[in-house]
Design a protein around this ligand. Structure first.
Ligand code: GLC
Ligand code: MG
Length: 546
């Protein structure tokens, strides 16, 4: 690894409840993660990002935090967290934890105190409480809707039993937004940062990182024909991406810099690319997810644009870009690329949609190879190395995504199904008891890690090979940059980086390498699909050595 570790790291996202269950309650846990760290080491990643494992009623799978400084008993104890960090460090893996500063759980003691203390109190000022509109305050303070559908405000009953103020929640009713205009909120989060930095974590993934600061006066938003906040193409809802949010990163950066070992933060900010310079820099955040790449449709022009844009921006902010194709919020890419020609990533997969699974996996493997050849850091989501698909047939009563509960959309549970480790074990090896908080489909059996291990051409071995080559050849480093080859057959995306020629065939027919003179005499390093040595197989990617 070069200079600061995060600049070219491959970070593996662990979604704790679905990774590995050690105690048989059907819910993954921290000891389960610790036990599988050697698997991640072997895979060849540099770091692990853990989605929230803090005390939480789990109304949004832990993104509703009731105590930022302790581990939820479902996931273990603080001692388990310490053990995980120290074992990871022993293996040379960094550990990033999730930080959720936009909102807490409604069960957070400070929110409970705010409810009890009543209007005008300092306790209420920790959150965003307002009087309602209308004659008796019966209407919400403004027309903001929640990202999870429905109203963005909930009215409370005051301690004296009367209907009272409203509080803002950009997400679920049980996720009240913190009031970042209050210095006490800043102080509290600085303490939270230090708590985890002192325990040795290497960084933070900041949740809804573009959300904490709301526009002054909380003005109404423009609504669309469906009564939802209008979001013009390439823009964000009114309550996101307000300039003042950068002040928070300016405060946090010196804290991280006080610690040794290049502690970092990566922002989950769904913002237009051009806004990146506000957030990233030596006096603000280190990096931000580049969701443009995730959203790009399969095709030469679309994928090339999603690479060139971020690379150019990275130079301007002097921070390598990140790459990501899947996470716990989007339809897994092995399924997403099977939608043809439509392309959708949000709100889950309905049973009525039947994307082409084989095509999806083919393209997903190619897209992953493309991603892993690019300079910058790459974020993998657990199970993508097995080629797991999105699961559509989860019984509605088992779905937990608040968006499903609020609006009936399929929701994000389909990408959160527990991992298959062994094809012949109960719950495919996820849990010793065979319990699993979501049912695993039969298709997971054939994709179990044990069936892929050591099998040439399996998705798992493709990732391993690519990750080891990436490190060996320094592909994550920027070096001389990326050069696109122009004179190539139609449907081929060709680029050269750090001595590797990367070819992606986006068509449904094999393309002879003879049409690409630059490939002559080069050794194939890894391919996303089997084929003869003289072609790029259909819907596949190849790396060739100089
Ligand atoms: C982020 C998380 C998502 C969560 C939301 C609210 O987008 O990734 O899972 O539901 O924030 O915290
Ligand atoms: Mg468990």
């Amino acid at each position: 690894m070069s200079q600061q570790w995060w600049r070219d790291a491959v970070v593996y996202q662990v979604y704790p409840r679905s990774f590995a269950d050690s105690d048989g309650d059907g819910m993954g846990d921290l000891p389960g993660v610790t036990a599988r760290l050697p698997y991640l080491k072997d895979l060849g990643v540099d770091a692990v990002w853990l989605s929230p494992f803090y005390v939480s009623p789990q109304n949004d799978a832990g993104y509703d935090v009731a105590d930022y400084l302790d581990v939820d008993p479902r996931f273990g104890t603080l001692a388990d967290a310490d053990e995980l960090v120290s074992r990871a460090h022993g293996l040379g893996l960094k550990v990033i934890v999730d930080l959720v500063p936009n909102h807490s759980s409604s069960e957070h003691p400070l929110f409970q105190a705010a409810l009890a203390a009543g209007p005008g109190s300092p306790e209420r000022d920790m959150y965003v409480f307002r009087e309602g509109r209308g004659e008796r305050g019966e209407l919400p303070p403004n027309n903001w809707t929640s990202i999870f559908h429905g109203d963005g405000w909930t009215r409370v009953t005051e301690p004296d039993g009367t209907p009272g103020q409203w509080y803002l929640h950009i997400f679920d009713t049980t996720q009240p937004d913190w009031n970042w205009e209050n210095p006490a909120v800043h102080e509290m989060f600085e303490g939270i940062l230090r708590f985890w930095l002192d325990r040795g974590v290497d960084g933070f993934r900041v949740d809804v990182a573009h959300g904490m600061v709301k526009p002054a006066g909380l003005p109404d938003a423009t609504l669309n024909a469906h009564g939802l906040i209008d979001i013009p193409e390439g823009e964000v809802p009114i309550y996101f991406d307000n300039d003042g949010v950068v002040e928070i990163y300016r405060q946090w950066r010196p804290i991280l810099d006080e610690y040794d070992g290049d502690r970092m933060m990566v922002l989950e900010a769904w913002i237009p690319e051009k806004r990146l310079p506000l957030y990233i820099g030596v006096d603000r955040a280190h990096q931000s997810f580049n969701f443009g790449f995730l959203q790009a449709r399969w095709g030469v022009e679309t994928m090339r644009a999603a690479i060139e844009g971020p690379l150019a921006l990275a130079e301007s902010v002097d921070s390598p870009t990140t790459w990501v194709l899947s996470n716990h919020d989007v339809i897994r890419h092995a399924t997403r690329y099977g939608f043809d020609p439509d392309h959708r990533f949000g709100e889950g997969l309905s049973r009525a949609e039947v994307p082409d699974a084989a095509l999806g996996l083919h393209r997903a493997r190619a897209a992953s190879l493309l991603m892993l050849a690019l300079p910058g850091s790459a974020y993998l989501y657990q199970g993508e190395e097995l080629g797991l698909p999105e699961v559509a047939d989860i019984p509605d009563e088992l779905r937990e995504d608040p968006a499903h509960k609020r609006a009936g959309v399929p929701g994000r549970d389909g990408c959160r199904v527990p991992l298959p480790w062994r094809h012949d074990a109960p719950a495919y090896g996820f849990s010793p008891s065979g319990e699993s908080w979501l049912p695993q489909p039969d298709a997971f059996g054939e994709l179990a890690a044990d069936l892929q291990e050591g099998v040439a051409g399996s998705t798992l071995e493709m990732y391993r090979t690519a990750l080891h080559l990436r490190r060996e050849l320094g592909l994550g480093e920027h070096a001389d940059g990326v050069t696109f080859l122009e004179d190539v057959p139609a449907g081929v995306l060709a680029l050269e980086h750090a001595g590797v020629l990367v070819l992606v065939n986006t068509t449904d027919e094999d393309i002879p390498l003879a049409g690409i003179p630059a490939s002559a005499g080069r050794e194939a390093l890894v391919a996303s699909a089997a084929g003869t040595a003289d072609v790029i197989p259909a819907e596949a990617a190849l790396w060739l050595r100089r």
